[in-house]
Design a protein around this ligand. Structure first.
Ligand SMILES: NC(=O)c1ccc[n+]([C@@H]2O[C@H](COP(=O)([O-])OP(=O)(O)OC[C@H]3O[C@@H](n4cnc5c(N)ncnc54)[C@H](OP(=O)(O)O)[C@@H]3O)[C@@H](O)[C@H]2O)c1
Length: 266
């Protein structure tokens, strides 16, 4: 599978997606989850990541997509040690998202060997398009699941302070032609606590970057082995800010080095 082509029938998806961990529920407490998802769709976001681990996020996402479901590439997960529960989680996701899920991932590799046959059968039956595996840390077991030749994508943390994926996972994903979903592009928001001013970002202006959040997103996506980044936000205006980073031109080594240095500056 060609990298960056996780969309329906191998089409390219815009490279800024939306994560939903904690933030979609936070938006819902303000009555804004539909606004977040609608704003994302309107801004061209297509890839939405969720999980049964994220409280009500899967349901909130389904509700917010509403009759625009067909515009979305839904990536959700199985997260359980129990095979029976895994089957229920898949069935529930299919129910929520109109009988079809584009990317079904095994969350944190929990019981991945046990769940894989279920997902392979679902892919064979056309209920899901692709199979993925995620882990919140870059661990060796990710390589084992990648090397089975049975999955289509991995989801890993990748930001200027968390670059372990560069050592083995990104090269392996490229070798095997797997999609790479970049989670935690802001380090769960921590990287955004840095006080980076306009002057420091000036060299990035020709790349369309005006804010530190955009610089961080473009840093990851400028590695061509990365398919899509999934920043999470509960605030509709931040969607517009974040999607800007999904447009070329991409950073070269100098710009990436600058962002890396700034990220380590605190
Ligand atoms: N094991 C796994 O599979 C796994 C683990 C971790 C994460 N994930 C996935 O990856 C997604 C992203 O990771 P994450 O949610 O941990 O962290 P993240 O996307 O790195 O950071 C999210 C934080 O950034 C803030 N934010 C977003 N855009 C902003 C902007 N333009 N300006 C200022 N603040 C901004 C959000 O707050 P506001 O709401 O206030 O904007 C939120 O606090 C998750 O939602 C989830 O879908 C998967």
């Amino acid at each position: 599978m060609e990298i960056r082509r996780l969309g329906p029938e191998g089409t390219e998806v815009p490279v800024i997606g939306l994560g939903t961990w904690r933030r979609l529920e936070a938006a819902a407490t303000r009555g804004e989850h539909v606004a977040v998802v609608t704003r994302a769709l309107d801004a061209g976001v297509r890839f939405f990541d969720s999980s049964p681990m994220y409280g009500r996020a899967e349901e909130l996402l389904a509700e917010a997509l509403g009759d625009r479901r067909s515009e979305a590439v839904v990536a959700t997960k199985i997260w359980t040690t129990s095979l029976a529960e895994g089957r229920q989680q898949l069935a529930r996701a299919l129910r929520l998202y109109g009988g079809h899920v584009e990317l079904m991932q095994i969350h944190n590799l929990v019981a991945w060997r046990e769940h894989l046959p279920l997902l392979l059968a679902a892919r064979e039956d056309g209920l899901i398009d692709r199979i993925g595996a995620t882990h919140y840390a870059v661990i060796r077991e990710l390589e084992a699941v990648m090397r089975t030749g049975r999955i289509d994508a991995v989801q890993i943390p990748y930001n200027p302070r968390q670059r372990e994926a560069e050592q083995r996972i990104l090269p392996l994903a490229a070798d095997l032609g797997l999609g790479v979903v970049v989670m935690r592009p802001f380090g769960e928001g921590e990287l955004l606590d840095l006080d980076i001013g306009e002057a420091q970002l000036a060299p990035l202006r020709p790349f369309g970057v005006r804010t530190w959040a955009q610089a961080l997103l473009k840093w990851g996506l400028s590695d061509p082995r990365c398919t899509v980044a999934i920043p999470a936000t509960s605030r509709p205006p931040r969607i517009d800010e974040n999607v800007v980073a999904g447009e070329p031109p991409w950073f070269g080594p100098d710009e990436r080095e600058l962002v890396h240095r700034l990220a380590l500056s605190a």
